[in-house]
Design a protein around this ligand. Sequence first.
Ligand code: SF4
Ligand code: SF4
Ligand code: SF4
Ligand code: FES
Length: 941
Amino acid sequence: MIHQIGTVVSLIVDGQEVTVPGGTSVMQAAAGLDIKVPKLCATDSLDAFGSCRVCLVEIEGRKGYPASCTTEVEEGMVVHTQSERLDGLRRNVVELYVSDHPLDCINCSANGDCELQDTAEALGVESSRYGMDGWNHKDAEKDTSNPYFTFDPSQCIVCYRCVRACDDIQGTFALSVEGRGFASRIIAGQSDSFMESDCVSCGACVDQCPTEALIENTIIEHGQPERSVVTTCAYCGVGCSLVAELKGDQVLRMTPDKQGQANEGHACIKGRFAFGYATHQDRITRPMIRENIDDPWREVSWDEVFRYTADRLRSIQQEHGRDSIGGITSSRCTNEETFLVQKMIRAAFGNNNVDTCARVCHSPTGYGLKTTLGESAGTQAFNSVAYADVVMVMGANPSDAHPVFASRLKHRLRQGAKLIVVDPRKIDLVNAPHIRADHHLAVRPGGNVAFLNAMAHVVVTEGLEAGDFIAQRCEDEAYRHWREFISNEQNSPEATERTTGIPASQLRAAARLFATAPNAAIYYGLGVSEHSQGSTAVMGIANLAMVTGNLGREGVGVNPLRGQNNVQGSCDMGSFPHELPGYRHVSDAAVRSLFENEWNVQLHPEPGLRIPNMFDAAISGHFKGLYVQGEDLAQSDPNTQHVEHALKSLECLVVQDLFLNETARFAHVFLPGSSFLEKNGTFTNAERRISMVRKAIEPLAGLEDWEVTMALSNALGYPMNYSHPSEIMDEIARLTPTFTGVSYEKLERLGSIQWPCNEDAPEGTPTMHVGEFVRGKGYFAITGFVPTEERTTRRFPLLLTTGRILSQYNVGAQTRRTANSEFYSEDVLEIHPFDAEERGISQDDWCGVSSRAGNTVLRAVISERMQPGVVYTTFHFPSSGANVVTTDNSDWATNCPEYKVTAVQVSQVSEPSQWQKEYSAFVRRQEELLDKARARVQNNA
Ligand code: SF4
Ligand code: SF4
Ligand code: SF4
Ligand code: FES
């Protein structure tokens, strides 16, 4: 039945009148009157399916007993949900289920959380008149292949909820039903185990299962949780809202929050299952100090570590000057923690030597979007993609790096939206179940700006510009200037073909598709920003969106997919050396005086050092002390040998982290950090959404990270006095125009808030630049293509590019300490069969990878996902040393490293590289020192 949008229907359910929108099911209409119709196969999250027949109702004038979940309301309908006849029919159905189901609820792990049990109880079914000994599935073998959940077919009622969850919510299509009637059973893949199938362990099927058939192993082991805390995932920039379910102080499971506005009840393997690192035995929970990095660590009290650290940093400043120390904030920490670190550096250190790990990922996004649109952030909410007709995904691999957004995107693509993928590799989206990219433009690493210019060239020269939009919303002179530049033949697809590697006809077709769509959206990632022209490419993306009129409404926009959970937040909170919170320049006296009045201190007007400048200054002897919160510079920054040289040159390196990470090998002070489960605060995700992080367990080391920074600042002589992170947020709101209306009270009330949130937008801003850009008129920046200095030569003939894998996260510090390593246990080198054959390399061979910066050794995976001439690896494992080979090249505007283009040679080898051997020896030595420190503590105890 087709309903006109906006029609409403009135009907009577159990004698009560109710009016609902057309298209509502009878079950939902009854629910609106608080009438619960028994159900097993229906859920709020999935389209109705109608397989269990428990939800039968009577409808006057209609024959039989229709299923209320699949029957749509009609005007004047009279429905009865309760009658003896219905009870009998429902009992009959449930008895049939029960006859094929172990009736041992007391000993079942799902006891108390089983919809079959609840329904049987509600209908008074205690046994089955069909007997329990007929043909059944009770001896069916369990599938325990997945490290996180178990499939027990004997508990399965074949309701299809898992299959529908995998198809509709996750978009993986790993499950199906084999056989018919009573013989039907759920299978993964082609009757494989879950681990052998395409399953990506998102857990959506487990969430949907109404019985114990699919259940988390932690629940089987420990029983049902007793309490829960709603918090925000600490992995990627999607920022899923999760429910931590606990028994005592043990987190038993994390389930996706149905109310979560970023994720709407979905999660991925990392957020859903990989939380065990928080209580891993490697956690360091006592402060430690040492004079030299070759000394054993000495465990000390919090008081002593603060005194010691403050003394060392102050004496460095006395000897080498105020600017000889600095600090680095983390995009994994909360907004409040990040705000405090930059405040301590500016107010207590007395300089602006603060930078963030966002420097090495999305700093070009900040520069490029601020220049063109006026705000350093993405323009849309994630749910905006539901209105996109064409989606261009560039330099991003959402299925691996932003999985919950990928599921949302795939859903839209299955509805018919068109897809353009711009990536050197054939990423999953190019050819996923029921999805095929309309264009995969396999751009050569380093060719992004030429590609974006060619796209805009086609738009302009073929008369596809959004003339009215440009005339009303963009700076006229800048546009005319840019139009002249972009129309130049040198920017045509034909002229740039050799640089981009994309056939001109294919690029032209993609540009026409993008420009003529009613709504076209761009989603991009580090494959855009981590280049020597990263900022130029971001501006090129903004230009393309403006010239086609794709900004300022739903379904369009420029959407940076942020890698870590709080990249947006760490930038917002003033982590860059030239900007105070809210992206305001330190040289602006009016802005400085606002902070000076609030902080009661005079602030330095000159920008401080960026991370690469800190390294260079350390090596040259001018920079001596560094405080690093939650960032593993030694593993994540490019050109490892240069980074290690810089870290070794410091007189005092303070590392605050959960684990003795790679950077801690060079540290003199270790401050134990707290995981996201152990603290209160907020994260801001890629859609500018500020969400609450809530403490589920007490900090293992006794202090939350913000308390550690506060105590260190006090020891340094700059007083801080907060009793709760909400007070820090109040200070942020007082000082930052885009946060004026943000408070914990409002966050609790609204669930989350997308900034800007102020008098103009008291409940936040899902879509930016509506009506006009933040900077007023949009600015078309000239984006001349300048080739990277990193060229292939006969010595280094291949281009290496890097990325992430679904089960591992960033430097792997967290995910490597979970069962996620069963899915991916080492970084490998993906290489095209042609390049492999030329070098005599076979699958799984050890390959030496050498660049101008260094050498490492990785195992080969021969893959047609690669294009000839381009190889690929991830950087999740320290021992693989992926960043030993990446170079010092960086973005011209922001110094974001050029991780995505390294000229390399690859050859078959038989043993690890020299760096890897030295690394292994170093790690062994550090482990011995730590063991000695622990033994001493035990002896003293
Ligand atoms: S865990 Fe996710 S991907 Fe795997 S079968 Fe279940 S729904 Fe599908
Ligand atoms: S495994 Fe669970 S969700 Fe899937 S069909 Fe069986 S009972 Fe239903
Ligand atoms: S998609 Fe990102 S935020 Fe969501 S659960 Fe996965 S890792 Fe966490
Ligand atoms: S709930 Fe309606 S048929 Fe299963």
